[in-house]
Design a protein around this ligand. Structure first.
Ligand code: GLA
Length: 523
């Protein structure tokens, strides 16, 4: 299966470009990067790592509850050119990191082993992240995996040069692309790529990204690493990572996914305490409460279960998990879960509940509950919205299954009629709209600009439109008939106030059609 394949290493750019599809300007960018590296460091790079950003088509904020999601890699990517540097022992593992974009100033750093615990250390301050924090995050995983034991030697000193086209803070996962590309670059420079599977790289990148302050799920990293051209990737996480390419109807039904940037920067790490990480805590706490209230088995007193595990226990899932291809059992269990989700609704005026109520509902004393669920990651809230978040997660998980089924049914039709094409696009659009509504009202991860941009997109004829990624800013994704794309973009430009005055390249930077692209690779 896809996650067990090795990372593709290309020996010719032609082969790489054909895998990347018709993405423009790759040769120009790669060559320019090689030249720039030579100009700055006085020798050719030994390796170039590429990792794309991603668009999530559906399945928002459910990956960390371990439900399946449906992202696709985009053509925009991060490239890292690197070469080991000859140097003495004082340079062990030292990094000279530079970025082609002038606003990202050069950095030099070296990992050190802690005097007491012997663990590798690189300074990353999640409260003051810099571009190279993501490079360091990638490096950490390589250090801990391959240089944990001093007998394994020391990492080589290395020069790296980064360039990227994934806009930062746009919800297209520039951070995962940086961390994946950086992990690959350090692996390659230290000659540790042999035998590295895509699944293992995803696992390393997920762990590494947690170091930059967000307890994200594995969607972005899986999409960046495992995606294949022209398909979305159905990624599921329980009981283990599983990824299956899903053929999208867009080519045969002549439609495109159009990305539009709200121009509100989504600062995932800076607001993690009250937004992203709080959602992670709310869904975990909800899972524990459900287990207690529904009389389901608990594995250990200090278990912090996920909502996916709750659904499994509700449907008597075997330890090895339900077969990933058989979605009917999961669907049935999710429906059953939705029938009982009301147990999370409090009485009174608030939709949320306090720590004291959560503890009581979980059958735990407040101190123990607080330690296990609230002090685990840095979050801040008086009321925790267990009901709304859980309802979103279960319904969104069902929407992912419906989206995937609609794609599969269409793909199986040998020569779909225009009516069938129209019907599948309408169905996908309906699911995208429902997802947006739920993100806005139940998960509260939208913002007025995203609400407005998706409303304009619908009026401009999109089959469906929704925020993509963590939300609170960043991009929307809309499903649009191919022939209507130019007029669609014009309407967005006219009606979405923050686009006023943008033209040419500046406009192309904020609204563009995208094709699913290939995952991470190196050359
Ligand atoms: C961010 C995280 C992902 C996922 C999305 C929301 O992009 O990195 O793991 O949780 O938000 O779906």
């Amino acid at each position: 299966m896809a996650a067990e394949l090795p990372i593709p290493i290309y020996t010719s750019l032609d082969q790489l470009y054909s895998d990347l599809g018709d993405a423009a300007n790759h040769a120009v960018r790669w060559n320019a990067l090689v030249e720039e590296f030579e100009a700055r460091f006085g020798r050719k790079p030994a390796y170039i790592a590429r990792a794309p950003g991603r668009v999530n088509l559906i399945g928002e904020h459910i990956d960390y509850a371990l439900f399946g999601v449906l992202p696709a890699a985009v053509e925009r990517d991060i490239l890292i050119a690197c070469a080991p540097r000859a140097g003495g022992a004082d340079l062990d593992g030292g990094v000279r990191a530079q970025n082609v974009a002038a606003q990202y100033t050069p950095a030099e750093f070296a990992p050190a082993r802690g005097a007491q615990d012997g663990q590798w250390f690189l300074a990353i301050d999640p409260k003051a992240l810099r571009w190279e924090s993501y490079v360091k995050a990638g490096y950490y995983g390589v250090l801990n995996t391959f240089f944990d034991d001093p007998a394994e030697g020391v990492p080589v000193p290395i020069d790296i040069l980064v360039t990227g086209t994934v806009p930062a803070g746009s919800g297209l996962s520039s951070s995962a692309a940086m961390v994946v590309a950086s992990t690959l670059a350090f692996l390659a420079a230290n000659d540790r790529l042999a035998g590295m599977t895509k699944g293992r790289l995803v696992g390393m990148a997920v762990q590494n990204e947690i170091r930059v302050g967000v307890n994200s799920g594995g969607m972005d990293q899986a999409a960046s690493v495992i995606s294949t051209p022209a398909s979305a990737l159905h990624v599921s996480f329980y009981p283990r990572l599983h990824a299956a390419p899903t053929t999208l109807p867009t080519t045969r039904a002549r439609a495109s996914f159009v990305l539009a940037n709200s121009r509100v920067t989504s600062q995932k790490a800076a607001h993690a305490r009250t937004r992203y990480n709080l959602r992670v805590v709310e869904t975990r706490a909800a899972a524990r409460v459900l287990i207690h209230k529904l009389g389901l088995p608990l594995k250990a007193e200090d278990e912090r279960p996920t909502l996916r595990e709750v659904v499994g226990r509700l449907g008597s899932e075997p330890d090895e998990g339900w077969a990933p291809e058989d979605k009917s059992v999961l669907r049935a269990a999710l429906r059953k879960a939705l029938e009982v989700v009301d147990v999370l609704k409090p009485e009174g005026e608030h939709t949320g509940v306090t720590v004291e109520t959560m503890a009581e509902w979980a059958g735990m004393d407040v101190g123990a509950f607080r330690r296990l669920f609230v002090d685990w990651i840095d979050v801040e809230a008086t009321y925790f919205e267990l009901y709304k978040r859980t309802r979103h997660v279960f319904e969104e998980a069902l929407r992912v299954l419906a989206f995937r089924d609609a794609c599969a049914t269409f793909a199986a039709s040998p020569s779909p009629s225009p009516a069938e094409s129209e019907a599948v696009l309408k169905e996908l659009g309906r699911l995208m709209d429902a997802s947006m509504e739920s993100c806005s009202t139940l998960y509260e991860c939208s913002c007025p600009e995203l609400d407005e941009l998706t409303a304009i997109a619908r009026r401009a004829g999109a089959y469906g439109s929704r925020l993509t990624g963590a939300g609170w800013g960043g991009c929307t994704v809309s499903l649009v008939a191919e022939a209507a794309v130019p007029a669609f973009i014009e309407t967005l430009q006219r009606e979405y106030a923050p686009y006023a005055g943008l033209e040419g390249a500046a406009l192309a930077e904020v609204v563009f059609a995208t094709k699913p692209s290939a995952g991470a690779c190196g050359e």
